[in-house]
Design a protein around this ligand. Sequence first.
Ligand SMILES: [Zn+2]
Length: 510
Amino acid sequence: MKKIIIFDTTLRDGEQSPGASMDIKAKIEIAKQLARLGVDVIESGFPVASDSDFKAVKEVASLVKGPLICGLARAKKEDIDICAKAVVPAKKPRIHVFLATSEIHMKYKLKKAEDEILKQAAYFVKYARNFCDDVEFSPEDASRSDIDFLCRVVEAVIKAGAKTINIPDTVGYAIPLEFGNLIRTIKTKVPNSNKAIISVHCHNDLGLAVSNSLSAIQNGAEQIECTINGIGERAGNASLEEIVMGLKTREDMFKCATSIKTEELYKTSRLVSKLTGIVVQPNKAIVGRNAFSHEAGIHQDGMLKKRTTYEIMKPEDVGFGGTRLVLGKHSGKHAFKERLKKLGVDLSDEDLVKAFERFKNLADKKKEVFDEDLLTIVEDEIVSVPEVYRITGFEYRSGKDIEPRTTVELKKGNAVKKESSSGDGPVDACYKAIEKITGLKFKLLDYSLKAATGGRDALGEVSVRVASTNGVEVSGRGASTDIVEASAKAYVNAVNKFLFTKQRKPTQTP
Ligand SMILES: [Zn+2]
């Protein structure tokens, strides 16, 4: 069976989702999970964008074994030099060079004519080959480019040494039949197209990213660029889990296979959601909370008689195993560590001590501790951005005819500051106290609270999305059995993310 190469760009395009910034530790954790999931290529960042992007790509390249590690670069010397330094520690490095080829991008963004673009693309693909054998090229906005010009560019960059040609639908404009035809045309019209892998990268602005990618496969594409949970710029990218399960469930149609261990899909989705703060919608295909729930009585009856009456995939196939009781109050550190290992989590000794302490506290409050709880604790310890502010003290009172009042103590470096405030409810009071300490004002755009597991003693997980006065949006999350404390943690996490995001320079990418 034909193999489809799965190129995951969660750490690059996915990280460009508004508010999704992750720090190096979070990126490494996700990259390790992507390796366990069995992706072929990890695009781990855009090294020239910032120092922290550079470091993240380099660390992933040095630490993560298995997949090919790729970095993104514009068709510029500076970008390629920096990208090369970042990916070279990998056993299998790749440099991904891009340059726009559509009239609108060439005329207004790049202010260059066709011939100049053609030369620049070929020149920098060749230049990148000095550092690494594996070079990929993307003609940005390919789906809105003139087809004859696009074919000339593809031919030239293959000649210059590109081994993969990625055709992006950068703005999510294509529709499946049209996009499939584009891939077929490139495969038939470009004389040396058989010397390169043809890849696609689809955006979801019209909700067609997965459909367009599958149509491309039916027309000869061999690599798909996608992200976990479909996160990415604007409406996001093609969702990895949907592509993979589409190919697997309809193998009869596609006659293709991937190397993905599908039982790892749900866990990966969860980890990415936690570390980016982007919540998965309940009705999301494959990994949404409701993806395998049957509500209608007639469906439930059918399911009981024979599962396949209403089920085309088994929840176990994607690792949607339900919660399992694992540990209790008397479980020791060894059992804790072993269970984490089974869940695919490998913590440093220092983090393990912190996580175990959290587990003990939780087990005191909550009789039964489930896998979901353990993952929540661990994800809390893998702080997604540097902790500029940390909560060191917390107290509130509220009730009928009592004015809600919250006192918060935050630590920044060695300085500890304490403030209290009243408000419309304890959460509002708490956010006002945090505002007093940090001096940062945010508008709360979204607030959600959910239980990590069933039961009244469950850990509460709070996600917030806030906007600064100059319009920068960030998200944050926090967990605790005390929901006001979880709310405070989520808000402080958002503050820390905001401070982290400020250092980055945004750049346009495919
Ligand atoms: Zn993209």
